[in-house]
Design a protein around this ligand. Sequence first.
Ligand code: CP
Ligand code: NVA
Length: 320
Amino acid sequence: MGPDVKQHNSQLQLKGRDFLKLQEWSYDELLHLLDLADEMKALQKAGAAGQPLKGKTLGMLFEKPSTRTRISFETGMLQLGGAAIFLNTTDLQHGRGESLSDTAKVLSGYLDGIMVRTHAHETVETLAQHARVPVINGLTDRYHPCQVLADLLTIREVKGDWSDLKLAYVGDGNNMSHSLLIGAAMTGMTISVATPEGYEPDPDITQHAAAMAGKTGGGIEQTTDPQQAAKQADIIYTDVWASMGQEKEQAARNDAFAGFQVNRKVFASAKSDAIFMHCLPAHRGEEVTAAIIDGGQSVVFQQAENRLHAQKALMTALMS
Ligand code: CP
Ligand code: NVA
């Protein structure tokens, strides 16, 4: 790490904090993380990265599958000079009834940080309450803040800034929609969410985002018409129709979301230089056509790579 980076960290005092949902962080703190991510990405590409987490260990608790989150956190820790331990929650004594609070206290004696991917958001809250080390939310049924960190980084790389942009989110009112609503509101974007009736984002989160947007110059729109959401959009974002844990609902959801595919027709409503985003994994032929996700305006693999850079900045800020 260069001296400038250390200086930023000490000013904002992010060390020891949890990262459970974006709304617990200020805009300045978010901006600091994203600036640090840019800096660390450039240093990594130049072969000049330091090892600010030398000797530190991250525990990664997974209750659901993962490709990007697991590999980017693990690789990130290695690149930062530390180590990561993968823990499947069914292999822990927690799976046999040991309490979350005891688990958090025990792990805090060994680890310098804990990353958790789980179903109930309350699980990460409980772990954070009892852990003496930072807890990072690697996805819950309610939020996916690490993904949106990488998404904001990607949007700024491609578009130069966030304010004045319109992001259309087409699909399920799920964890991604919740974190995007908050991320867009914090950065002054206008977000238009198109879902089928009955699949809207949680109204509490929409209201919270609307209140934030009122202060940042952003805007929140909600519709059941994908074309309307996509109209003059700078970014079209979608996610799977059935999230992890909803596999049994897949057939019913395929019917409900049939008109919500991001395809050439929907994309035609957006600005001519609009980009396509998806957190991945994607299902071509369901929420997005191959022509769109594999087309020239798709930035999905840049997004996926940016998970690494954004999370390295996050872990450095919280744990170094
Ligand atoms: N986008 C994302 O979190 O991917 P994984 O489920 O592969 O971690
Ligand atoms: N909404 C998806 C996101 C996967 C990264 C899920 O929760 O399965």
